[in-house]
Design a protein around this ligand. Structure first.
Ligand code: FAD
Ligand code: FO1
Length: 448
């Protein structure tokens, strides 16, 4: 495996004792670079290999729906690992409270972690590294080109990161090694995972509303990919921005929870599709998605007004006092209670299915800017609603998508207008030029 995927978090050498992969963002057995490295280290040292998942009682604004989807996927991982003699251990509580004791008890010699750019997880990881006296290695199993290798700084936009990614893709877009049946078994039997009890430890926000009907887990993700390549990819470029059509891949929840590797999707799309549609899809899957991880890793204010580029902050400041044609509270937005039928339909799609079409997310967020008392309030409302209702929420793509819509991140300045300043503007007329707005509203408005 390409050694540039490896990031040493502590100075300690690897010592004898089992290798532990602390699974977090990349919740899968197949096509997982962190697990590949963990197994190769354990085979080299002739020691057992464990996979551990630390179940946090709360995770940002995740609700029970999101946890249900995630836990179902983890049960599948447990069963897949069992066929490879690799125990799956579910620790109940934050890693900082549970992992050190587990590592101590089993005399672990090496800890492998996967990679996330989000601040809470990164803070927890660095605190853990200060406390542990064993080797800790982080592997970016989420991106095709590891974020730190793609760029060592905050990128301005797709146009600046794209050439860097394109230059590195031939080196990193490679096949994965298989996970083999592990020959070294741990001494005693590992405790059975108490899945029902685990659910009782959750403190996640309960909420009404539906969830996307999509099935959770690795096998389901592969089936969705197969169907997308066979039936939708050819029309993706032409139809992906039409929310009345089902033209997107619907892979984002599986990418968010790590049920499938973006690299697997890219390899399959490249080998099974025509060049043009493949390129259009990979632009979103690789350039846009990896730009989001770059944004969250190198901009600590990725979910607030302070994370906007200087030109956008200045422009929005100049328009703070502009009269708003409408002003709504979080509750009014949340209940799809604005004057705008199209915006309400988008919010109803989100409430009913746990997913909003990608094109509508731009319109949805931009109108929150237009109808909130300040850009800061707009960010708070958009991030809260996105993280509470989107099955693919709580993700760098969400923070980057909202910051693009409200704060011009990864975008350029447009001509000045009330409230928006130089932030790109969108309105219902623009949408009507792109798709059948009435059809979309009929499909998703309340009572539809
Ligand atoms: P497809 O069009 O099939 O794209 C395939 C994959 O490419 C996506 O799963 C995603 O990983 C990536 N991708 C596509 N468009 C983008 C983009 N604009 N930015 C980054 N990556 C992209 N995406 C999330 O995963 N979680 C979110 O919470 C989220 N919130 C968003 C909020 C706003 C305001 C905006 C403007 C965009 C947001 N996005 C988010 C990005 C994008 O809308 C979704 O990734 C996409 O709609 C998911 O559906 P799909 O997988 O069918 O997309
Ligand atoms: N990761 C974990 O390691 N433990 C959790 O309990 C956990 C819960 C969770 C709930 C919703 C959700 O959207 C993601 C969740 N994650 C959890 C995964 C999380 O995305 C990654 O662990 C990274 O920390 C963030 O990228």
């Amino acid at each position: 495996m390409n050694i540039q995927r490896v990031h040493y978090c502590t100075k300690h050498d690897s010592s004898m004792g089992p290798v532990v992969y602390w699974m977090s963002r990349d919740q899968r057995m197949y096509d997982n670079w962190a697990l590949c490295l963990a197994q190769s280290q354990a085979l080299e040292k002739n020691v057992p290999l464990f996979v551990v998942f630390c179940l946090m009682p709360r995770f940002l604004d995740a609700t029970h729906h999101h946890y249900h989807f995630m836990l179902k996927g983890l049960r599948e991982v447990e069963l897949s690992l069992k066929t490879k003699n690799i125990p799956f251990v579910l620790l109940l509580g934050n890693a900082l409270d549970t992992l050190p004791a587990f590592l101590e008890k089993h005399g672990a010699g090496t800890l492998i972690t996967d990679f996330t750019p989000l601040r809470h997880s990164r803070a927890e990881r660095s605190l853990l590294c200060q406390r542990l006296r064993i080797q800790v290695i982080e592997v970016d199993a989420h991106n095709v080109v590891p974020v730190r290798i793609a760029s060592s700084k905050l990128e301005y936009g797709a146009y600046t990161i794209r050439p860097k990614l394109q230059r590195l893709l031939p080196e990193f877009l490679e096949e994965f090694p298989a996970i083999v049946k592990h020959p070294y078994l741990c001494a005693g039997p590992m405790p059975e995972v108490q899945w029902e009890h685990a659910v009782s430890t959750l403190r996640a926000a309960a909420r009404s509303g539906g969830t996307a009907a999509c099935e959770s887990g690795e096998a389901a993700a592969r089936a969705v990919l197969k169907d997308f390549i066979a039936n939708k990819l050819a029309g993706y470029g032409a139809h992906r921005n039409d929310p009345t059509l089902d033209a997107q891949s619907r892979l984002s929840p599986y990418l968010h929870f790590g049920h499938i590797a973006a690299q697997r999707i890219a390899l399959d799309v490249q080998s099974q599709a025509e060049a043009a549609p493949a390129a259009e899809y990979l632009e979103e899957l690789i350039v846009r998605r990896e730009l989001s991880d770059n944004f969250c890793l190198y901009n600590e204010h990725y979910d607030t007004f302070d994370g906007f580029p200087a030109w956008a902050r200045q422009s929005l400041n100049e328009h703070r006092k502009d009269a708003r044609t409408h002003l709504y509270t979080l509750e009014q937005f949340e209940s799809a209670g604005t004057h705008d039928l199209l915006w309400n339909a988008a919010q109803c799609e989100l409430l009913a299915t746990g997913r909003m079409h990608g094109y509508m997310r731009m319109y949805w967020a931009k109108k929150i800017l237009e109808w909130s008392a300040s850009p800061e309030e707009a960010m708070t409302i958009a991030v809260y609603l996105n993280d509470t209702y989107e099955l693919d929420g709580r993700d760098p793509n969400g923070y980057a998508g909202i910051a693009w819509s409200i704060g011009g991140v990864h975008d350029r300045a447009w001509f000045d207008r009330p409230v928006f300043g130089k932030i790109r503007y969108m309105n219902a007329n623009g949408c009507a030029r792109k798709f059948d707005v009435n059809a979309y509203c009929a499909k998703f408005s309340r009572g539809a």
